[in-house]
Design a binder for this molecule. Structure first.
Ligand code: PRP
Length: 226
């Protein structure tokens, strides 16, 4: 049986950050850093095989067992509710889920609220919890454009730096969920490849702990910090 651990990483900046953590934990695969169109990279000695996947597809690979573990944003987990184990909060890819609207927007509740989003399920359950009637307009990107062009009243989207909102003259109405990258595992792989998956989880957990401690040490202390 193939005891290599198959790892789905989200393509892009988050994936690069997360790969650094795997490398630091001893699960390196230097070829992955060579910029190429290759998608699969393995290090037989370390027992790992990485592959790059579109961030939104990571949980699908893991749920169906094509990957044993993967790294995915909590936004995708909340949206798609995959049947996987969530093993670890990696403490990177930090952002928040928010409702935003053009400056000065007031929800009068007098009519159905038009909500543009990539996260239809999250938006639906958020407004259901408030008993607010909404019309979901599902988009695949450039969500901030929707209220500007009159397609929606508000948006539900992730906010990291807030730059996209500011650049498009939108304001936060409410933050309602914290997001970060999570290590997830396929349920049966977690049993059958427990040793390998546990070694990865422990290794990454140490990195997360060490980084949290470093951040704590850097916390400003009264007058001493500029
Ligand atoms: C995401 C999100 C916001 C933006 C938030 O979009 O949908 O548009 O990032 O980041 P900020 O607060 O740092 O500006 P993404 O970059 O994934 O592009 P998209 O519009 O194609 O979804």
């Amino acid at each position: 049986m193939d005891q290599m651990i198959n790892i789905a990483l989200p393509k892009g900046r988050l994936g690069d950050q997360v790969y650094d953590m795997f490398e630091e934990a001893g699960f390196d695969c230097p070829a992955i850093r060579e910029k190429s169109r290759k998608l699969v990279f393995e290090n037989r000695e370390a027992g790992v095989r990485f592959f790059w996947v579109k961030p939104v597809d990571v949980a699908i690979y893991v749920e169906r067992g094509a990957a044993d573990v993967g790294v995915v944003g909590r936004d995708i987990i909340l949206e798609t509710e995959p049947d996987v184990y969530e093993l670890l909060d990696l403490g990177v890819g930090l952002c928040r889920m928010a409702v935003a609207a053009p400056a000065g927007f007031r929800d009068t509740q007098s009519r159905t609220l038009r909500v543009a989003t990539k996260f239809s399920n999250i938006a639906r359950s958020y407004y259901a919890s408030m008993d607010r009637d909404i019309d979901i307009i599902h988009l695949n990107g450039s969500i901030e454009l929707a209220p500007i062009m009159g397609l929606s009243d508000v948006i539900v989207d992730i906010v990291e730096t807030g730059n996209t909102l500011r650049a498009n003259k939108l304001e936060i109405v409410e933050f309602f969920a914290s997001i970060s990258a999570r290590l997830i595992a396929n349920k049966s792989a977690f049993r059958f490849k427990y040793e390998g998956i546990d070694a990865i989880t422990q290794g990454l957990s140490e990195i997360v702990g060490a980084r949290a401690e470093e951040d704590w040490m850097k916390e400003p202390e009264g007058e001493e910090q500029s």
